[in-house]
Design a protein. Sequence first.
Length: 493
Amino acid sequence: MRLSPLTQAVALMTATLLLTACGDDDDTTIAIIDGTPPLLTTDSNFASGYSAVAAIFVSGRVQDSGGIKSVTYTLNGKTSQPLNIDTNGYFNDRILLDLGENSIALAATDNAGNIMRSTKNIYLGDMVAAGGSHTAALHEGQLYGWGRNNYGQTGTTYTSTFTDNMRHPELPMLMDSAPKNLLSIKFNQNHSLAIDDKGQVYSWGNDAYGQLGRGQSNRHPCVKAADCRLDIGAIAGIDNAVMLAAGYNHNLVLTKDGSVWAFGANAQGQLGNNTAIDSSIPVKVDFSAAEGVSHIVQVVASSSSSYALDDNGQVWGWGSDASANLGRGQACNEANHCLNITNKPLRINVIAKDLADHTTQGVEKEIVTQLAAGKDHVLALTNKESVYGWGLNASSQIGYNGIGFRDTANAWTSTITVPSKLPWFTGKDVRRVYANGNASYVLLDNVASNISNSPASDGILYAWGMFGETDGRGKTSYENLDEPTDKLTSLKN
């Protein structure tokens, strides 16, 4: 119970009236009513916006001198569920999200029945996607695509080139053959994936390695004989999908129950099913030997590697380790062949302590809360807003191996073999990490303005690694940025 000045004044008036009414009676009782709700605080992870993870890692504290009865959450109006709190009122828990829109209401109730609520709106899914040279966006559940279409990857149901009478879509084009209730899309190279509001997965485009997950039959001839699918078709055998991850020639699907399915190329064990055999239909990733694994809440994929994050903040990886993709301290090569141990999930120790050990007496342990993967490098964001990186660094996509540092004594190596904490984000409000190709990005809030007396800005995107700029004549020049740089000045908030 916390008494505000107004509450104290009301209590004093009540006591005065009671004394007046009862005269000098020695049995007089003064009643002070607790009308103040508890104090509920949460960390910055509990915020409205878009989520790349199928869970919110929510931490905080609830306080009330009169005692706490409960702390609960309600997801999308469903039955409320308890959050685990310790004796000092600290909580550190995970809330699994539904695909699409989510409304999460936290409610802290004290022993007097007063309630403090905090509600956030979070969208799980990708509304925009970009492949090798094709792009799309969702608007009210409908798919709009544009760009290269030599495999039908934009969704037009036909192939095209820039020299055809029916050219590549150069502006956003409504794809009439796509379902009208799509909630998330994911592209890479020359193939495309989508999920609808029923959790059904669809695929189209290049299918040379079975990366569309629709079996061997009924392919269309595109660039080569029977190497693509022009129709936007459903993938059988996967229900209640909530997330997609697209590698170069393989794909991952996360379902609501935490299962991970994979299909496509598997020469490096990137499907995670203990084999090196390609599969044109979904196979379940085998976590049976992954000791301590819990509910998977995110999947990401690089060129020939795969990664998963569980709701204990543990990171798992499998597939190619040619660029130290799995962070084991050395890269796999002909002299260090390790396919026999990387074709199933291995734990990647991002932080040098037990990630499964969480809050103790209000001290929140550092855990990974989001992953991002480029061609052959990985970024990991923690609940302490630290960023770790490992893998290929030839283009300075991890850092300090670009235009100012390469071939100097201070340059970082071209391969970062173990997860390493990046030095630029101490004290920064890091909201999200992104990676693709040989580039990395981080989204920051509360960035100090260069203008005197101007407020700090939110939603500033910094880039490093391979970065290209196109001039007015259409010529693109590339440079490798050593560290996060505010190059994308037109992207704010």
